[in-house]
Design a binder for this molecule. Structure first.
Ligand code: P5A
Length: 446
């Protein structure tokens, strides 16, 4: 993409309404624009990152054997009456009437709708296990929408639902989700710690939230510092292997880590004092096992193979896809702007032409652009007629991990400059070597 033809409305001034850095940078980098309280338009740069995050989520869901569907955002109140949640959900639910006076709502989550799909089509244990998921907009009329996409009213969520014959199988689905979530967050450059939590309006006893530690997080968390040493890394866990998934759950949840909802001071104090940590965290996901809560209420039964009909065991699992943009920025920025991890960056690298209009510099930039593009990479070429300082400022704010700077002086010696956004370190090298280096960095990522 050439910056002169792109739509990147970078703000010169610091937006006053933003209280936390991710919100400020998302506005300043021209990623989002507020439409009304807690509701945002996604501008090109923000939309690109949202799509990258969404793709990672899809890939990891598919790897775990989960099947994508798409359910509507507007649902009938009748279904929610069957589960008893229409009244129980309270003011967070946006309720709408259609022209016939029928009560509808904008989905805050979709346990009821997916259970309705299941009961219409699945009648036998032979069709289990089954996990259906979607990535879809949700609406919750939060009392205090704030911090931009962190706590929106409209937000983008991956929501998945497992259907199993037995509790044991459903607990395997729970563990499998835990493993796949750890992988998903690590690919985005995040450490998200599973913590025992409270199930709230979704229900059930078993539930873990995934928290990214950040000073601006809304949740207070208590944990054993040893937990931050854990990493899934390159381990290739077989998602069908119950014992292997359960072992990961044990490894990642055996140490004390809880949100304030479930915090137990006495248990916490059993950890050696030097390992006790109190901090704040951003909740980027949550997994639930709630058994037959919805299947019993809504009659989602299957033949059990022994002549009987039994309600299926279920759980649901959510990732805050739009919130993740905020969480990643909170975890990865400096005072000049965002620093995108390679896995989610909107463009793979920037090309800065220090002397637009100079025949040699223009040709070198164009050639770099073509070579990178031919390799399947997406560069953002700042071809505007602007001062170098302004070009660097924009690149630093929007946070592309790599920048190639091209100027007549370097070109005389046959070199361009390659700079890491994270470390600030630069090296001079021939253009072809810069391209090769960037291609190597993104191998297996892009
Ligand atoms: C699990 C999927 C559920 O709704 N039902 C379907 C279950 N879980 S949850 O914890 O309530 O939400 C899942 C994740 O969505 C994100 N989230 C939000 N993101 C932005 N703004 C909001 N107002 C908001 N509310 C929830 C969180 O990341 C949460 O973990």
């Amino acid at each position: 993409m050439r910056l002169s033809r792109y739509f990147l409305p970078v703000l010169k001034e610091t937006p006053r309404e933003a209280q936390i850095v991710s919100h400020r940078y998302m506005l300043q980098a021209g990623m989002i624009k507020q439409a009304s309280a807690g509701i945002y338009s996604w501008l090109p740069l923000g939309f690109k990152v949202l799509r990258k995050i969404e793709n990672i989520v899809h890939q990891e869901q598919e790897r775990a054997g989960h099947i994508a569907i798409q359910m509507p955002t507007i649902q009938s109140a009748d279904l929610w009456r069957e589960s008893g949640r229409y009244d129980a959900y309270g003011e967070e639910m946006l309720r709408i009437k259609d022209r016939g006076g029928r009560e509808m709502l904008f989905t805050p989550t979709a346990e009821e709708l997916v259970t309705d799909i299941f009961r219409a089509h699945v009648t036998s244990y032979k069709d289990l296990p089954l996990t259906l998921y979607q990535i879809q907009w949700k609406f919750r009329d939060e009392v205090r929408p704030r911090f931009g996409v962190m706590r929106g009213r409209e937000f983008y969520m991956k929501d998945g639902y497992n259907f199993d014959l037995t509790k044991e199988d459903a607990l395997h689905a729970y563990n499998r989700h835990l493993v796949s979530y750890l992988r998903t967050y690590e690919r985005m450059g995040l450490q998200a710690i599973p913590m025992r939590a409270d199930s709230g309006p979704i229900g059930g006893d078993d539930t873990h939230e995934f928290l990214v530690l950040a000073e601006t997080g809304e949740s207070e968390v208590f944990y054993d510092s040893q937990i931050t040493d854990l990493k899934l890394g390159a381990r290739d866990i077989d998602y069908d292997d119950h014992a292997a998934c359960a072992a990961v759950l044990d490894e990642f949840t055996s140490r004390y880590a809880r949100t304030d909802e479930t915090h137990d001071e006495a248990l916490f104090n059993e950890i050696p004092e030097e390992r006790r940590r109190t901090a704040r965290g951003i909740e980027v996901g949550q997994i639930f096992y709630f058994g037959t809560k919805y299947s019993e209420a809504m009659g989602a039964l299957v033949d059990d193979g022994k002549g009987g009909k039994v309600p299926v065991h279920m759980g649901s699992h959510g990732i805050g896809v739009s919130r993740l943009l905020g969480a990643i920025i909170e975890a990865s920025h400096d005072d000049k702007g965002i620093i995108w991890p390679e896995g989610v960056t909107p463009f793979h690298c920037g090309i800065v032409n220090l002397k637009q209009g100079d025949a040699e510099a223009d040709a070198a930039c164009q050639s770099l652009y073509d070579s990178l593009t031919a390799l399947g990479l997406e560069p953002l070429y700042d071809d505007r007629d602007e001062r170098a300082g302004a070009k660097f400022g924009t690149m630093d704010m929007i946070g592309l991990p790599w920048r190639i700077t091209v100027g007549p002086r370097g070109l005389k010696n046959g070199v361009v400059e390659l700079t890491s956004r994270r470390t600030g370190e630069s090296e001079e090298l021939p253009p072809a070597d810069a391209v090769a280096k960037i291609a190597r960095i993104y191998q297996g990522i892009a």
